[in-house]
Design a binder for this molecule. Structure first.
Ligand SMILES: [Zn+2]
Length: 146
């Protein structure tokens, strides 16, 4: 089974947090470089994960003559397909974030313009909202889906 990564939360194996210097400017070239490296490493892991899922499915395909086994296998496959789909979407999002990183907008909240913050971005490098706006967004989402 592929290890299911939880949404857009960052789960890189080798990760060292950014060490800020005193009075360092937010989103200076060093910080941008740091996040670029993070995003690229994350993308690489996701792509490896997608590859693993595909080869795992190829290995297991058509090995079960029993219909009951096939049913559970199909269930497992559809789960893996969903995982793969989510990983693909995440890879797209990472690509978009890498583009954003080339502009002046990366690291600032899309809604209110405040600094999202290095620690939050390290936990979620693709975040485009600050904690407050994100929370508000989630509340609104709950209200509209309820
Ligand atoms: Zn905001």
């Amino acid at each position: 089974m592929p290890n299911t990564q939880s949404g857009a939360t960052f789960a890189l194996r080798d990760f060292s947090p950014y060490k800020e210097k005193k009075n360092e400017e937010y989103m200076n070239p060093n910080q941008k470089e740091h996040f670029k490296a993070l995003l690229l490493a994350w993308k690489k892991e996701l792509m490896e994960e997608v590859d693993r899922t595909v080869s795992h499915m190829k290995d297991e395909a058509a090995n079960f003559p029993d219909p009951a086994d096939r049913a559970s296998q199909e269930e497992e496959f559809s789960l893996e397909l969903r995982t793969r789909d989510r990983e693909r979407k995440l890879i797209k999002k990472i690509d978009k974030t890498l583009e954003l990183l080339e502009t002046e907008d990366y690291g600032y909240c899309e809604a209110c313009g405040v600094e999202i913050g290095i620690r939050r971005l390290e936990a979620r490098p693709t975040a485009t909202l600050c904690v407050d706006c994100k929370t508000l967004d989630e509340i609104k989402e709950r209200q509209t889906t309820a």
